[in-house]
Design a protein around this ligand. Structure first.
Ligand code: PMP
Length: 362
């Protein structure tokens, strides 16, 4: 197999060891003579996958007992609707902190169900893009929740603080592109959700971690397949779950545990980010315009000073085995997504390439 480093923002690189294991057991899983994709989700073998994966995730994130873990369909965008449909109850507003593209997308969807109170967190500090610290967010009394996105995949901007708004504020957060990349205190959140296709596994699976006292409030119009209470009562098997994605997520959780869990990943992610931002900052040839405190460790957008070199950079990096570095269409430039599965060697290969490219074209 030719090893390339895939910097895609999602669907994203998966650990090679996990892919090899899945390949090994693809056609004859657990001695059944079939693949895991071809058996009933209600079989004892698949129930085993479901139970073990939840247990491993609970260990990895130290999820308290009063939280339920749901394995859902519908992606991050599905949760933009599921949140209001499940948690609004008799309230009419919720706070939405706008820090970037995905937080704003959540607002757009929320408007179908309620009147969101938008807290614009985007600021400029010393000419750099930044986000207001949490102490400057003012939750609205009586709002049903406060929603934010700790890591904006497209903007490359992050809020790494731990929410501390007191017991009356239900914090709901879109962890799609940062879950399992650093330690978090789950007890500070009412709801955490994440599409799988970045740090968990293949697309098609969405994780929801919800505090159990928030269940039982779904609106009558909430489709049963998005209803947290229904999903919880049915072990996330009200309808057929995305079984292969779930199985693969389970393998990723085991892989993470084998690597030393979330703290070990956090240390490596810190090193990877420091190396890449260091390379960008060292010269005027490359530029990242996010203030230090808000730089994402997962998604690193950067521009070349001379955008006429963009196409050549992409062509040469691809030829060097460094794939999917093109920036998102709304931002342009480059973006390197460096989730858990990206090894330090991959970031080294990228930074070596960047230094060499600058030497040849700078
Ligand atoms: N939230 C964030 C932070 C994301 O990065 C994405 C996808 N890139 C989404 C939501 C939307 O996820 P999905 O495509 O799974 O609906």
């Amino acid at each position: 197999m030719t090893q390339v480093y895939n910097f895609s923002s999602g669907p994203a690189m998966l650990p090679v060891d996990v892919l090899k294991l899945a390949q090994e057991e693809l056609c004859d899983w657990q001695g059944l003579g079939t693949s895991v994709m071809e058996i009933s989700h209600r079989s004892k073998e698949f129930i085993g996958v479901a139970e073990q994966s939840e247990k491993d995730l609970r260990d990895l994130l130290q999820i308290p007992d009063n939280y339920r873990v749901l394995f859902c369909h519908g992606g991050g965008r599905g949760q933009f609707s599921a949140l209001p449909l499940n948690l609004l109850g008799d309230k009419t507003t919720a706070d939405y902190v706008d820090g970037g593209y995905w937080a704003a997308s959540a607002v757009k969807e929320a408007k179908k169900y309620l009147t969101p109170n938008v807290i614009d967190a985007k600021i400029t500090v010393d000419g750099k893009r930044a986000l207001k610290p949490m102490r400057e967010w003012q939750p609205t009394p009586g709002a049903a929740w406060l929603h934010y996105c700790p890591n904006e995949t497209i903007d490359g901007i992050a809020i790494d603080e731990t929410p501390d708004f007191g017991d009356d504020v239900v914090v709901a957060a879109d962890f799609s592109s940062t879950i399992l990349s650093r330690a978090i205190d789950v007890s500070r959140f009412g709801l955490i959700y994440a599409g799988a296709q970045k740090n968990i596994g293949p697309a098609g699976l969405t994780l929801v971690i919800v505090r159990e006292d928030l269940l039982g409030k779904a609106s009558k119009a909430c489709p049963s397949i998005l209803d947290y209470t229904v999903l919880n009562e049915n072990g996330s098997m009200f309808n057929t779950p995305p079984t292969f994605a779930w199985y693969l997520a389970g393998l990723v959780f085991k892989w993470l545990k084998g690597k030393g869990g979330v703290p070990a990943m956090e240390a490596i992610n810190q090193q990877k980010a420091a190396l890449l931002y260091g390379t960008i900052d060292r010269s005027d040839f490359y530029r990242n315009d996010v203030a230090d405190a808000n730089r994402s460790r997962m998604n690193v957008p950067f521009q070349l000073a001379d955008s006429k070199l963009d196409a050549l950079f992409l062509e040469e990096s691809f030829a060097a085995g460094l794939h999917a570095l093109k920036g998102h269409r709304v931002v342009g430039g480059m973006r390197a997504s460096i989730y858990n599965a990206m090894p330090l060697e991959g970031v080294k290969a990228l930074t070596d390439f960047m230094v060499d490219f600058e030497r040849r074209h700078g």
